[in-house]
Design a binder for this molecule. Structure first.
Ligand SMILES: [Zn+2]
Length: 319
């Protein structure tokens, strides 16, 4: 059986696995991370691949591989440019993985990998013009326009977490602006906002200010009438619906797919949809829908899918 190797490198974990051509995961292994520099991360990915080959082995016959990583990636050249926009040593990660495994390899940004998984095996399968909006620890999007993933002049398209949705905000985002949606409606945004609003809104929510607050606890609190939880969810719904409507005006999609841990339980989706303006959304004929993938696995499937695409590109070049 022909198979494809995926490496999904995120802030806390590296998942290496093998998928078949339908996107089914045949085997996988998780490695802990926490590395902040992409040069160190690349070396770690390669050493974990060595471990994977020795420990897990392959189920089928791998034909190509893909890696999904945080930060800026030049997909066409197979280069990982940066994880933090500070250290920018170009790492030829696709070539390094290809040498390690002896098969063609591709590298892409993690959200673009998830977008690829949606294109090939998920909710974007029947659309050539959709937006994959990932709402997890951060917020970012993959834009599919006329069948292609938009990349941009610096391979940095889709950083929509830094779209301003509330000019009345005083807190300054890491990007230097005020009122970015990521600071309000992402997983980390919920936690930050809980701290900011704690003095004004009473709550039974535990652990505020002691790290990340679990969004499912916030949703449960909102259902029970907890004042802080109601405020947090209300402002997130307002800001996410505005973000979606702004994005609809940019690339004219027919489908919006929501992915990521903040939306995976389905609680937010109908509440966001209630706030969407029908006139703005009239061309989005498939509506705003939830990804069917497990948010913890979509990056791995998408990374493997980039391997499938790489192989197809090479075959086309030979014809
Ligand atoms: Zn920002």
């Amino acid at each position: 059986m022909d198979t494809f190797i995926g490496c999904d490198f995120g802030g806390t974990k590296l998942l290496i696995g093998e998928i078949d051509e339908t996107g089914r995961i045949l085997n996988s292994k998780r490695y802990d991370t926490g590395i902040k520099k992409h040069t160190e991360a690349a070396a770690y990915i390669l050493s974990c691949l060595t471990d994977y080959i020795g420990e897990a082995g392959f189920v089928g016959k791998p034909k190509a591989a893909g890696a999904g990583v945080v930060g800026v990636v030049d997909y066409a050249k197979g280069i990982w440019r940066s994880m933090d926009h500070v250290e920018t040593t170009p790492i030829p990660l696709a070539a390094l993985i290809s040498d390690k495994l002896g098969i063609p390899a591709a590298v892409d940004n993690d959200v673009k990998c998830a977008t690829r998984a949606e294109m090939m095996f998920g909710q974007g399968k029947y659309s050539d013009n959709f937006i994959y909006l990932n709402i997890g620890t951060g917020i970012a999007a993959g834009f599919v326009v006329e069948g292609n993933i938009l990349r941009g002049a610096n391979n940095n398209s889709g950083e929509v977490g830094h779209c301003v949705v509330d000019l009345s905000r005083e807190e300054i985002c890491i990007c230097g602006r005020h009122g970015c949606v990521e600071g309000i409606a992402s997983g980390s945004g919920f936690s930050k906002q809980a701290v900011c609003l704690l003095d004004q809104y009473p709550t039974r929510l535990e652990g505020v200010g002691k790290g990340k607050v679990n969004v499912s606890e916030i949703f449960k609190g909102a259902d029970q009438g907890d004042a802080l939880c109601m405020k947090l969810t209300e402002q997130a719904m307002d800001n996410l619906s505005n973000l979606i409507m702004n994005l609809v005006r940019t690339t004219d999609p027919d489908t919006i797919v929501l992915g990521g841990g903040v939306v995976s339980d389905g609680w937010l989706l109908p509440k966001i949809c209630e706030k969407l303006n029908p006139s703005t959304m009239r061309g989005v004929k498939n509506g705003v829908i939830k990804s069917n993938f497990n948010p913890g696995l979509v990056g791995l499937i998408g990374a493997g899918a980039q391997g499938i695409v790489k192989l197809q590109e090479l075959k086309h070049r030979l014809i």
